[in-house]
Every structure is written in structure tokens, then in C-alpha cells.
Design a protein around this ligand. Structure first.
Ligand code: G1P
Length: 297
């Protein structure tokens, strides 16, 4: 069986209403964490994991995303002439070769499963990754890279997984664990956004997936699930009974929910502190700032 994963889907059609008014005129995925747009973190992670084809599922108002990944000859010329080689190198790192990115539109907001289904023709009959750019994961080895390695052993479908507090399970897809082998768990059920009292565990799905194309056959049926949406979780659950089944993967790394304001602020602090060029100054500022606040209380 083919276990090489070279295609990834990035569902980026959401309206980003939680970040209004910022998202009135810019896509949420262009919002910057330190100095790079959210989407860049997801792209870098995918490239690091060996992805070669990047499929964006977009919607109206997302053209800034296409421009971001396009060549910028005027800007490059001007940096070149001014001898700003560092900035030029930084700009080059965002370059995507022609043909590497494809865009398909999700015409109606019918759910994450539907967004992935919109990419079906480009995915064709191959295993593929899905990355939700809202979930930003800081890790020594990127989360998707870890999963691609684990997937060589398991095949089937694999979802990133993480324990969350019981009162938060209703925001996630939740795994019903069959066998817990530590970093890999085999899954016997999945529920999208269960009530805390009905959740099978507190092991939540985080936005990194490696899926087999069988998921698309389920999505073809357009079955509506939790919240009246076509859910990716349900499509993955349909694969549990297949030969290789579904596995959860507890990744090593820290995940930030950049779909929420608090998570975005936390990620900004963590990524700012981790930067060689900014970390020391930023740490001093934060320490002084907190001390002053404490003294004033
Ligand atoms: C989506 C998925 C959910 C998953 C979550 C991870 O939900 O539907 O299963 O746990 O991403 O971030 P959303 O956050 O889009 O509501």
C-alpha cells in the first residue's frame, strides 16, 4: 500500500468572525504571529513533513492568501538594490514554486468535512494530510513530520490527539480509545463536539490529519452531523472498521489554539520568546511589566 504522503489540504474558507473587526478586510490566516502569517506556519510544517502539493480550500475574500504566495519581483528587486540580503532571504523562504499550490473554492460554509470534500478531485486516490492553520504547534520535530513517521507503521487514518480538560471536550472531536499504546492509540469511535457528560474520553482531535481517500467516499453522501454541518470527524469515523482503521497520535509539542484570542496571544508570547533576535528583549520587557503590575496591586 502507498504510504507516501505528498498532498495536503488547508481548509481556509472560514470567515474568522471571532477576530472581527480585523478580519473584515484580511483573511484570518494572514494575521501575523510575530512577523509571519498564521498560514506560513502551517505551510512550513507541511513542507518539513515532505508535502509537495498544497491544496487551499478558500472562499470569497481570501485573495490576499493567493497574493501572499505569489512571487514579488518588484519587492525583491528593491531589496536586492538596497543590499538587504537578510530580508530578501526571508522573502525567498515564503516562495512556492509554480504549480505547487492549487486553490479550490468552497461555495457554501457547510462544514469542515465539506471543505475537504471540495478538494476531492485534486486529492484523487492517494493518502493526504489536512492541516488546520488555527492550530499552531511548536515542536522540535514538526507535528505532521512525527505523524508521517508513525503513519508508516499504521497506515489507515491518523489524527493528532491531545488530552484536554473535561470542560473543554465539547469544542473538539473526541476519541473513544480501543487500545492505548502511548504515543499511538487505536480508535473504536469518534464523536464531534460531545457534551462533557457524554464524551467517551478527554482525548481530543487536534487539527492535523493523515487520511485515506475512503474518507471522501463517506463525504460524497453529504451526511449532516453535529451543529448541522458535514463533519470531517464523522467521515474519519466511517473508516474505523476498515483494515488499517483509525489511530490517534499524541504528538510531542505545544499546541496553541489560534482560533481564539487567548490562544493567539499565548502563541505570540511563546513564539516571540523563542526567537533568537527578539527573545531576550521581550523576556526582559515581560518580566519588568509583570513586576510593575504586581507592585501596583
Ligand atoms: C475542528 C474539528 C474538531 C477538532 C478541532 C481541532 O473543529 O471539527 O474535530 O477537534 O477542529 O482544532 P473547529 O475548531 O473547526 O470547530
Amino acid at each position: 500500500m502507498n504510504r507516501k504522503v505528498t498532498k495536503a489540504v488547508f481548509p481556509v474558507a472560514g470567515m474568522g468572525t471571532r477576530f472581527l473587526p480585523a478580519t473584515k478586510s484580511i483573511p484570518k490566516e494572514i494575521m501575523t504571529l510575530v512577523d509571519r502569517p498564521l498560514i506560513q506556519y502551517a505551510i512550513d510544517e507541511a513542507r518539513d513533513a515532505g508535502i509537495e502539493e498544497f491544496i487551499f480550500v478558500t472562499s470569497r475574500g481570501k485573495s490576499a492568501l493567493e497574493d501572499y504566495f505569489d512571487a514579488a519581483p518588484q519587492l525583491e528587486d528593491s531589496l536586492q538594490k538596497k543590499g538587504k540580503t537578510d530580508l530578501l532571504a526571508e522573502l525567498k523562504r515564503t516562495d512556492m514554486p509554480s504549480g505547487a499550490i492549487a486553490y479550490v473554492r468552497q461555495r457554501e460554509a457547510l462544514g469542515l468535512g465539506h471543505a475537504v470534500w471540495c478538494a476531492r478531485r485534486l486529492i484523487a486516490d492517494e493518502p493526504f494530510a489536512v492541516l488546520l492553520p488555527d492550530d499552531v504547534i511548536a515542536a522540535d520535530k514538526s507535528c505532521l513530520h512525527q505523524m508521517v513517521e508513525a503513519y508508516q507503521e499504521t497506515g489507515g487514518c491518523m489524527v493528532a490527539a491531545m488530552e484536554v480538560p473535561n470542560d473543554k471536550v465539547s469544542s473538539y472531536g473526541v476519541l473513544d480509545v480501543n487500545q492505548d499504546l502511548g504515543s499511538i492509540v487505536s480508535v473504536k469511535g469518534m464523536v464531534e463536539k460531545p457534551k462533557a457528560s457524554e464524551a467517551p474520553s478527554n482525548l481530543a482531535v487536534i487539527g492535523r490529519y493523515i487520511l485515506n481517500p475512503g474518507v471522501l467516499d463517506y463525504l460524497d453522501q453529504m451526511q449532516v452531523g453535529a451543529g448541522g454541518e458535514i463533519q470531517l470527524t464523522d467521515a474519519i469515523a466511517s473508516q474505523i472498521k476498515t483494515e488499517d482503521g483509525v489511530h490517534g497520535y499524541r504528538f510531542r509539542g505545544q499546541r496553541f489554539d489560534c482560533g481564539s484570542k487567548t490562544g493567539f496571544l499565548q502563541a505570540t508570547v511563546a513564539f516571540g520568546l523563542a526567537r533568537d533576535d527578539l527573545g531576550d528583549d521581550f523576556r526582559t520587557f515581560l518580566t519588568d511589566f509583570l513586576e510593575l503590575r504586581r507592585a501596583a496591586e
